[in-house]
Design a protein around this ligand. Structure first.
Ligand SMILES: C[S@@+](CC[C@H](N)C(=O)[O-])C[C@H]1O[C@@H](n2cnc3c(N)ncnc32)[C@H](O)[C@@H]1O
Length: 234
């Protein structure tokens, strides 16, 4: 298949996030290299609130699986209503920050590679923030099949990711070319890594979800975000 992602890029992406853990939140809170000026920052934060509202509206009260939870931006919200959250991330550094920030006995952490990890039970909901864009396109059907396998029939799925908008990433970082799945990301100390980054039309993502047995509607905020919400077919 042309334009597939080499295995080594997945390892490099995992290494990038391990190294970025302590500076990760600068991106979401628009600080440092991610500060794109007052107007763009305000727009980002307002649109993030729209996505938070969509998630909060679901009121996920049962047993939730969160994939690639990172520093806990979404974990913290999930733990407000869920009976339990199982959070699976490859990075011990991310997990340590998440555990310290969220500080909830409801959350159980698993350190695992999502390209090989498989659930051994089902959950009431599966949530993943800013992860689907990092799954190589050729692996998306297998990833979404894993999500479906992790859900009880009728269980909820919610995900969020970025739209293709240059000011979403750090100043100086270039988004991938339209025909590429790979981009270069830099850390504050200048080290650079190749990572996977994909952007999808909402209908394309809905189609991938439907093929995996997930009935999902994908919506977009005006500039920055795309989020999918739905359930496993009963
Ligand atoms: C863009 S961050 C998203 C974090 C969080 N969900 C959020 O929205 O802020 C991607 C996360 O995926 C994790 N990750 C990268 N490669 C992984 C892999 N192969 N398996 C599991 N987690 C991985 C990183 O450690 C990081 O926490």
């Amino acid at each position: 298949m042309p334009n597939t992602v080499p295995e080594g890029t997945l390892d490099e992406m995992a290494a990038y996030y391990r190294a970025r853990a302590t500076e990760y939140d600068e991106w979401f809170y628009r600080q440092g290299r991610y500060d794109r000026g007052a107007e763009a920052n305000a727009r980002w934060l307002a649109e993030a609130e729209m996505v938070f509202a969509a998630l909060d509206h679901l009121t996920l009260t049962g047993e939730v699986l969160e994939l690639a939870p990172g520093t806990g931006i979404w974990t913290e919200r999930l733990a407000r209503t869920a009976r339990s959250v199982t959070a699976v991330d490859a990075s011990a550094e991310m997990i340590a920050i998440n555990r310290a920030k969220v500080a909830s006995a409801k959350v159980t952490y698993l350190q695992a590679d999502l390209f090989t990890w498989r659930p051994d039970r089902t959950y009431d909901a599966v949530v993943f923030g800013f992860w689907i864009s990092h799954v190589p396109r050729e692996r998306l059907p297998v990833f979404l099949a894993m999500v479906a396998a992790a859900l009880r029939p009728g269980g909820a799925v919610f995900f969020v990711d970025g739209r293709r908008e240059p000011t979403s990433t750090a100043a100086g970082d270039q988004l991938p070319e339209a025909d590429s799945q790979v981009m270069t990301r830099r850390l504050n100390d200048g080290r650079s890594f190749q990572i996977v980054k994909n952007f999808y039309h909402p209908a394309t993502l809905e189609g991938y979800c439907a093929a995996a047995g997930l009935e999902v509607v994908v919506r977009e905020t005006p500039t920055y975000f795309q989020f999918g919400s739905g359930s496993r077919k009963a």
